[in-house]
Design a protein around this ligand. Structure first.
Ligand SMILES: C[S@@+](CC[C@H](N)C(=O)[O-])C[C@H]1O[C@@H](n2cnc3c(N)ncnc32)[C@H](O)[C@@H]1O
Length: 137
């Protein structure tokens, strides 16, 4: 597959334990490749979840564990919708900000570093909440 050549490669020497640790919290030199790998492997389930979420115009969406934020544009299709992504990996927060720079600059998307166990948001701040491939962590 030609596109695969453009993806950063995972370290082939990663043990299953190291790979699991990356998926739980992408970090360091393997973080970028982990993000790319998640986007490929998880696209279908993310798109299905986004369709089920049915974000309407003007709604506020929270995503817990967005990784590098690859699917954020699809959550912002409705007019005036707004998005916040919370992830405890600083590498993923930075990557998501870069990837969604336009939406961030427009004030429609924001990425926050933090732990889902202690949400740094006021009650009832969101109309829709999404989290994919995260609960078991
Ligand atoms: C396997 S990835 C899934 C990424 C994306 N949702 C997807 O489906 O491709 C799990 C993500 O959730 C984040 N995460 C896991 N536990 C978390 C927690 N307690 N608080 C915040 N983020 C968490 C990780 O840093 C990682 O970016």
């Amino acid at each position: 597959m030609a596109a695969a050549a453009h993806h950063p490669r995972m370290d082939p020497a990663l043990t299953p334990e190291a790979l699991a640790a990356q998926l739980r919290r992408p970090a360091g030199a393997d973080a970028e490749a982990t993000g790319a790998r998640m986007n490929e492997a998880n696209a279908a389930v993310n798109r299905r979840a986004i369709a089920l979420l049915g974000v309407a115009a003007g709604q506020a969406v929270l995503e817990i564990g967005p990784g590098n934020g690859a699917f954020v544009p699809e959550l912002l299709i409705s007019t005036g919708s707004r998005y916040v992504g919370l992830d405890w990996s600083p590498e993923m927060v930075a990557a998501a900000q870069r990837r969604n720079a336009q939406a961030v600059a427009a004030g429609r998307a924001r990425f926050v570093e933090g732990d889902a166990a202690a949400l740094p948001f006021r009650d009832a701040a969101f109309d829709r909440v999404l989290s994919v491939n995260t609960l078991y962590f």
